[in-house]
Ligand binder design. Sequence first.
Ligand SMILES: [Zn+2]
Length: 227
Amino acid sequence: MNATSTPTPAVLILLGPPGAGKGTQARMLEQRFGMVQLSTGDLLRAAVAAGTEAGKAAKAVMEAGGLVSDDIVVAILRDRLAGPDCAKGVILDGFPRTTVQAEALDGLLASTGQKINAAISLEVDDAAMVDRISGRFTCGRCGEGYHDAFKPPMQSDICDNCGGTEMKRRADDNAATVSQRLEAYHAQTAPLIAYYGGQDVLRRIDAMGAIDAIAQDLAVIAKQATA
Ligand SMILES: [Zn+2]
């Protein structure tokens, strides 16, 4: 950056299916680069609580049981991006979800002199992901986590940690449900992947490896994209 340029906060978009570790990786980016993660749910809640114009509009829609329109979300995002805590950049999580929203976001960023620095796709192997998630269970007494294939207890159904014998499985961690979640994710995200691929800002990361390795790949991309 030269002395005359005006710093424009970086905008990263994080794409990844449930179970890919998006939340963990976003926190790493926050800690490492001072960026702020903005998820749609948090944005809406904060705007409603703050009673901004857009927040009031969102509140009225939600109270009527409706879906908050893209226009309102974009208005809320516009307010939020102006916040001093966003000066080092933001990580968008959950927005945009459609190409219409992506175009609206481009319009917003054009008006503030910003751009998408990178749309980062955390890529998973679906079959391996189903194995990983659907094998999870926890001890009902102490909460210790286990996995059928990767971390079985020493004695079947007895907790290594506390000796508890009541293991719990989340109903939505079964193979069929995980497959459905992944399919829904791909169906929803494919147009965005194409959209950002066309803009040459798409970056893909193998998200099946160790958390630290993924974080390292992500850090390299974030650094390049915001240089
Ligand atoms: Zn236990």
